[in-house]
Design a binder for this molecule. Structure first.
Ligand code: NAD
Ligand code: UDP
Length: 350
């Protein structure tokens, strides 16, 4: 087994590790020689994802099906294992649902984090990496977005991210705990094995799962939300980042806190994006190249709360974490298509 950095990170707890991004992070952690423990209640995921992670990595993951809000059961995990770092992904993530069910979002996302942080304090776990989002920048005044931009969330989901960032900042200032906030831009794509990828329940909210289901003939057409934005072709522009690049960013973040232990910033935010924006039309065109046929779309009204353009300035992560997104938009499309064609029903077998 390998040990990461001077801070000796050997065992990492991944909350939400059975999910889309978490499963890709587990592969990278195992590849880096670390021991991986996953806590997930499977509310938006399947244990099959972790079976596939084990198949890709040729190593095992220790899995606990536990709701993070269940303090007694979470405590048993910390009592049973010596955990050196936590990557905290568990949470609900639908912007639309969060508007309809704000209390569910605050309860699940915030309370889970409080339980987790209490365990970190109690069991002297020194390091945590948190899955934040570009949504904390709201509607940025300009692009590209740097970490210094003002923070303002525009929906309950975003506010949970912002609140958790603030809670983590307070905890870092008052305890032994070191925090890295990773602000993801738009993660897409899948592992190149085609074994793990995004498997949304019901109708997808995000662009890529929707486009790939249309390409598969599972849905009629893509509805493009708005064709009159002040962008290159009138459609929304985002910074799409390959999920494997994103996952690798977490290993670099762990390396950084392991090396920094006791020195430097106790709570640091980093943008994880490519630094390039692509419009919805550009994404659809790139997907057509990958799947080899036309994708029907229709431009409809703007989606409420959407912004015209958002992409990262990733210089801080490039410099301080020695991390850079490497995969291109065509690679993201190719890997999404491979995952989709090999797993038309996601992780469901029937
Ligand atoms: P996901 O839904 O696939 O993964 C989240 C996992 O957390 C799921 O497996 C779910 O079962 C689990 N979970 C939720 N509440 C839990 C609880 N109370 N206890 C235990 N497990 C619980 O989502 P994802 O896309 O992999 O996102 C992971 C994280 O990254 C989330 O925090 C999300 O907000 C954040 N994020 C995602 C995106 C994106 O576009 N996918 C962008 C920015 C930030
Ligand atoms: N989008 C779209 N049709 C869809 C889903 C998304 O036109 O069915 C657009 C959306 O307006 C935005 C971009 O695709 O410009 C990315 O949207 P997504 O929901 O994937 O990410 P986010 O809005 O969180 O950046």
């Amino acid at each position: 087994m390998r040990i990461l950095g001077r801070g000796r990170i050997k065992t990492v707890l991944v909350t939400g590790g059975a999910g889309y991004i978490g499963s890709h992070i587990c592969v990278e952690l195992l590849d880096a020689g670390l021991e991986v423990i996953v806590v997930d209640n499977l509310s938006n995921s399947s244990q099959e994802a972790l079976n596939r992670v084990e198949k890709i990595a040729g190593k095992t993951v220790l899995f606990y099906q536990i709701d993070l809000q269940d303090k007694a059961r979470v405590k048993t995990v910390f009592e049973t294992h010596t955990i050196d770092a936590v990557i905290h992904l568990a949470g609900l993530k639908s912007v639309g649902d969060s508007g309809r069910l704000p209390l569910k979002y605050y309860q699940n996302n915030i309370y889970s984090t409080l339980v987790l942080l209490e365990m970190l304090e109690q069991f002297s776990v020194k390091n945590i990496v948190f899955s934040s989002s570009a949504t904390v920048y709201g509607d940025p005044a300009t692009v590209p977005v740097t970490e210094q931009f003002p923070l303002r969330a525009t929906n309950p989901y975003g506010r949970t991210k912002l609140m958790i960032e603030e809670i983590l900042r307070d905890v870092a200032n008052s305890s032994h705990i070191q925090v890295v906030l990773l602000r993801y831009f738009n993660p897409i794509g899948a592992h190149e094995s085609g074994l793990i990828g995004e498997a949304p329940n019901g109708s997808p909210n995000n662009l890529l799962p929707y486009v790939s289901q249309v390409a598969m003939g599972q849905r009629d057409k893509v509805l493009i939300f708005g064709g009159d934005y002040p962008t290159i072709d009138g459609t929304g522009v985002r910074d799409y980042i390959h999920v494997v690049d994103l996952a690798k960013g977490h290993i670099r973040a762990l390396q950084k806190i392991a090396e920094n232990e006791g020195k430097g910033e106790r709570c640091q935010a980093y943008n994880l994006g490519t630094g390039h924006g692509h419009s919805v039309i550009e994404v659809i065109n790139a997907f057509e190249e990958a799947c080899g046929h036309k994708i029907t779309y229709k431009i409809v009204d703007r989606r409420s709360g959407d912004i015209a353009e958002c992409y990262a300035n990733p210089n801080l992560a490039n410099q301080k974490l020695n991390w850079r997104a490497e995969k291109t938009l065509p690679e993201m499309m190719k890997d999404t298509w491979r995952w989709q064609t090999k797993n038309p029903k996601g992780y469901k077998s029937d």
